[in-house]
Design a protein around this ligand. Structure first.
Ligand code: ADP
Ligand code: MG
Length: 219
């Protein structure tokens, strides 16, 4: 489904080059639940963003179903992302001035389709957020925020979820809940890539690879 071929990412800062990814080869098969484990600073976020078409590699290619993700225009890539990939982040990345239901509907706009409030409400019901539809993110607990972010990630019925330390700010109960939702998505045929430095999260995956200083270590 996704193939990274000799992917390197160098961030250039004045006189300092940071090689966040160093010659990474990695394939993710359809229906896989992959966990990329590594310490802080090992390049996990960069890897996920590169996979998801958000950060162009300095060298190498990212192929999705054989097509080079960085060979198309930025606009085409944005639509492709919205239609095929759900993103979940450690810091939730909800839009503070939008309500819960409006946040969940944002990906519909990005995918170029009409927002459907009934659809978003049904999704939020699954996440037990029915009585919070008109709240702003700042009025929610962290667990609730991540549930809204999960609903948002699922709105466009993606085939792939990319999750960057999705439980990094959650207590054990909410961690279990979020991992349960990801497991359910995977059980229904979805592909999941989670990056984390936590043991607990890695336990849900069916394959774990280790990232160290921008390199994938032997599997
Ligand atoms: P992780 O998610 O594993 O903590 P990151 O991918 O965020 O790792 O970062 C890998 C390395 O790249 C770190 O040394 C970090 O400081 C650096 N880095 C990440 N993003 C940027 C950026 N936008 N500009 C410059 N350096 C960055
Ligand atoms: Mg990170």
């Amino acid at each position: 489904m996704i193939r990274l071929e000799n992917v390197s990412k160098v961030y250039r800062k004045q006189n300092d080059d940071i090689r966040a990814l160093d010659d990474v080869d990695l394939s993710v098969e359809k229906g896989e639940f992959l966990c990329v484990k590594g310490p802080s600073g090992s390049g996990k976020s960069t890897l996920l963003l590169t996979m998801g078409g958000m950060v162009r590699p300095t060298e190498g290619k990212v192929l999705v179903d054989g097509a080079d993700v960085y060979a198309i225009s930025g606009h085409e890539r944005a639509v492709f992302r919205a239609q095929n990939i759900g993103f979940v982040f450690q810091m939730f990345h909800l839009i503070p001035y939008l309500t819960v239901i409006e946040n969940v509907l944002v990906p519909a706009l990005a995918a170029g389709r009409k927002p459907d409030r009934a659809e978003a409400e049904a999704l939020l019901k699954r996440f037990n957020m029915t009585d919070r539809l008109r709240h702003r993110p700042s009025e929610l607990s962290t667990g609730e925020r991540q549930r809204v972010a999960m609903a948002r990630a699922l709105l466009n019925k993606p085939q792939l979820i990319l999750a960057d330390e999705p439980t990094g700010n959650l207590d054990p109960d909410n961690t279990g809940e979020v991992m349960g939702y990801l497991t359910e998505f995977h059980g229904n045929g979805g592909t999941v890539v989670v990056v984390t430095h936590e043991e607990l999260t890695a336990e849900h995956a069916n394959r774990v690879v280790h990232l160290k200083e921008g390199r994938i270590e032997a599997e």
